[in-house]
Ligand binder design. Structure first.
Ligand SMILES: *Cc1c(COP(=O)(O)O)cnc(C)c1O
Length: 250
């Protein structure tokens, strides 16, 4: 793929948006990572984006992701699982991903920890929080987040990296900022709680250092998310174009 292909241009334009948003917020651009969301996209499209220099891909559907990974074994990529997790999928997720952003309860966290192969090192996870309060959305409640985070941080083969949210879509930038600000404030509270556990003698200083991630912001709201402290934006549409209508998938 040459540097002027639509995908190459879209990639540069997303990187530009991130840089501009960082500058507007007085933040260093290295403080925000781009996770390219490749659900519904082919292995060829993923390879083309990787060839432009994008190292990390996010996938929502396990089988689709495993199929792509099998076609891309020669392409070094960091794979992130970002979709809802059914318990019968945890083993494969623990075996085939470096990160999981969508952990929302202790049961799934325990399974991922139990099933993570020792040889792969700890699985990086985020706790997903439902910051919009809609019944239909995944994620724990903001009130549950701290207790759950401390429990997840104690699991042996997981490394709790931070929090993730998917707010309701809205054009109202004030509302977008409010949702992201809530996640940031929970992150700060949980850092303090982890710190307190460390002082109480728990072996948590490494865990505290690892708790550095706010996974928030997508194609339509990454500027608001970066203004509120996002460290990882998950972008699909702005890179690959509108997704085909979703067919039945697992
Ligand atoms: C699909 C998806 C994205 C990307 O959304 P876009 O609007 O296409 O950028 C980000 N995060 C999660 C969890 C997703 O499922």
């Amino acid at each position: 793929m040459n540097g002027n292909s639509p995908l190459a241009l879209a990639y540069q334009s997303v990187l530009d948006r991130i840089r501009h948003a960082c500058a507007a917020a007085g933040r260093h651009p290295d403080g925000v990572r781009l996770l390219a969301v490749s659900k519904t996209r082919t292995a060829d499209e993923v390879a083309a984006l990787a060839a432009q220099g994008q190292p990390a891909m996010g996938e929502n559907y396990l089988q689709e992701a495993l199929d792509k990974q099998a076609l891309l074994t020669d392409t070094p990529l960091e794979w992130h699982f970002i979709g809802p997790i059914q318990s019968n999928k945890t083993r494969k997720i623990a075996e085939h991903f470096q990160w999981v952003h969508s952990v929302e309860n202790l049961r799934i966290g325990r399974r991922l920890s139990d099933q993570r192969p020792d040889a792969l090192g700890p699985l990086d996870i985020c706790l997903q929080v439902n910051v919009s309060g809609e019944d239909s959305k995944s994620g724990c409640t903001p009130a549950e987040a701290q207790t759950l985070a401390l429990e997840l941080a104690a699991l042996p083969r997981l490394r709790l990296r931070g929090l993730m949210c998917i707010p309701e879509p809205t054009d109202d930038e004030t509302l977008q900022r409010q949702r992201f600000a809530l996640l940031r404030s929970l992150h700060g509270q949980i850092r303090q709680a982890l710190d307190a556990t460390a002082e109480a003698g728990g072996d948590t200083s490494a865990r505290l250092a690892a708790f550095d991630t706010l996974s928030m912001g997508m194609s339509d709201d990454l500027e608001a998310a970066i203004a509120e402290g996002s460290t990882m934006v998950r972008v699909g549409t702005a890179l690959f174009g509108a997704r085909p209508k979703k067919v039945a998938s697992v």
